[in-house]
Write a protein that binds this ligand. Structure first.
Ligand code: SF4
Length: 466
């Protein structure tokens, strides 16, 4: 039959057929039930979006003629949340497997219950990661054989219904791919619920059946499952196909009213009048120069680098200048550096290899690289002696100029520790004369947080006087 004659044709992508599912896989039935529910609701396809992660069941998004995103493994829920926030009018459904939604994306699954956004999560539980040859997953039954538990799964399976109820989903139901009419009913109810909805759909996987010598899970679902109008606490746990399975709606409620959060009112800092610093630009005469400022997160290393590059541009607008900042994921307290290259020619490589000027506010980077301070042998090191172990300089060539500045101590005693970078900047300005004083002061005014300009300038002057 030509697919265009199929009753679901409107919502299928013809060009994607045939699908990739194994012969005998029932995921297609769930796709069909979803189409039927969408049609039943009379939804305009332009108002429905489907988001999926990775896995056999996540392929559904690609076969549906709806806008959708086939996102990364486990990230379907946050992606769908983004879609919903961008267009709250859309009906957004996440389709995926137990491994994707409950395993890799488990934390997102929990978080959605708290967020309370109106998304439908259809979790096709086939008891493991099937696309990779059937590895065990969060719902693999105890003792079941998989690629990764060849001697039998030693772990207790997660109960998705119990978790969804505890997480705060407003609609929670269990169905199977062997009960398509029941499944359509659940899907329609989930679509009508205005909070986060979760449906666990049990579905057979041929690989799981083969490895565990199960003749037909489809037949077992039909034999063991009972659709119930009212469900008790015990029914939550009736989910083992070897015993009994309770199908039905465990919760269909409204999003509870939440009082508006009483956040502390943000105090708007009054930005004072910015001090005015005038400067004159001139030809700097710099041919090529590499500058590195290094320290730890929180010492204003990136800010210092920005001040330096803005000052260089103030001084000589024709100068080519680049800035690279590097810091680790820990940010505060972790190693941090800023590389600046000043050149009369275009800069094709912005990383500093051997700095001509090294401003050290911490010894952490040097220690990380094995204790070697890297600087041009005719270069200059300006070191914050209140924070850096001076023995790190012991192996430097005699030709290197070394200046020791108690920058952090001065900043602590006179201002605040955070302006130690500008004490260093004042000292560097006076000692090296690379960049004109007013050009740096204007750059400090530009990059200092509003209201702190005067303090940063005063710190700069302290270093300059030193
Ligand atoms: S591996 Fe299992 S879940 Fe995947 S398509 Fe085949 S039968 Fe379906």
């Amino acid at each position: 039959m030509d697919i265009s004659q199929h009753p679901y044709a409107e919502l299928l992508r013809k060009e994607m057929m045939p699908n990739i599912w194994c012969s005998g896989c029932r995921i297609g039935r769930i796709k069909n039930a979803f189409i039927e529910a969408v049609q039943h609701q009379g939804y305009n396809p332009d108002k429905c979006a489907v988001v999926s992660g990775i896995g056999c069941s996540s392929r559904i998004a690609g076969y549906l003629n709806l806008d959708g995103i086939h996102s990364t493994h486990g990230r379907a829920i946050p992606t769908a949340l983004g879609v919903k926030l961008a267009d709250p009018e859309l009906m957004v459904t996440v389709m995926g497997g137990d491994g994707d939604i409950l395993g890799i994306g488990g934390n997102h699954f929990l978080a959605l219950g708290r967020h309370g956004k109106d998304l439908n999560i259809i979790c096709m539980n086939n008891y493991g990661y099937s696309m990779t040859g059937f590895q065990h997953g969060p719902t693999t039954p105890f003792g079941a054989k998989t690629v990764t538990t060849s001697g039998g799964n030693p772990y207790a399976p997660l109960n998705p219904i119990a978790v969804a109820l505890a997480a705060g989903y407003t609609f929670v139901a269990r169905s199977t791919s062997s009960h398509p009419y029941h499944l359509v009913d659940c899907l329609v109810s989930a679509m009508n619920n205005k909070g986060p909805s979760f449906i666990e759909v049990l579905v057979p996987c041929m690989l799981f059946e083969r490895r565990n010598k199960i003749k037909s899970l489809d037949a077992l679902f039909l034999e063991k499952a009972t659709i119930k109008e009212t469900l008790s606490q015990a029914d939550i746990h009736q989910n083992a196909f070897s015993e009994e399975i309770s199908l039905g709606v465990f919760r269909d409620s409204q999003i509870p009213d939440r009082p508006a959060p009483a956040f502390a009112k943000a105090v708007k800092k009054k930005a004072g009048k910015k001090p005015r610093v005038t400067f004159k630009s001139k030809d700097s005469g710099i041919d090529y120069m590499q500058i590195r400022m290094e320290g730890t997160g929180g010492q204003g290393i990136v800010q210092g680098g920005k001040t330096m590059i803005n000052a260089a541009m103030n001084m000589d607008p024709k100068l080519n200048s680049t800035l690279i900042k590097r810091y680790g994921p820990e940010m505060k307290g972790g190693s941090c550096l800023t590389d600046i290259v000043l050149s009369s020619q275009p800069v094709d490589y912005p990383f500093v290899e051997i700095p001509d000027l090294l401003i050290m506010m911490s010894g952490l980077i040097t220690k990380e690289r094995g204790g070697k301070v890297i600087v041009n042998e005719n270069g200059t090191v300006v070191i914050d002696e209140s924070t850096v172990d001076l023995s790190l300089l012991d192996d430097l060539a005699d030709t290197v100029k070394i200046f020791k500045v108690p920058a952090t101590q001065i900043a602590r005693e006179n201002f605040r520790v955070v302006v130690a970078n500008n004490v260093m900047m004042g000292f560097v300005c006076k000692t090296t004369s690379i960049i004109d004083k007013n050009c740096i002061k204007a750059a400090i005014v530009k990059s200092a947080p509003p209201g702190t300009e005067e303090m940063n300038l005063a710190a700069f002057e302290k270093g300059y006087e030193l």
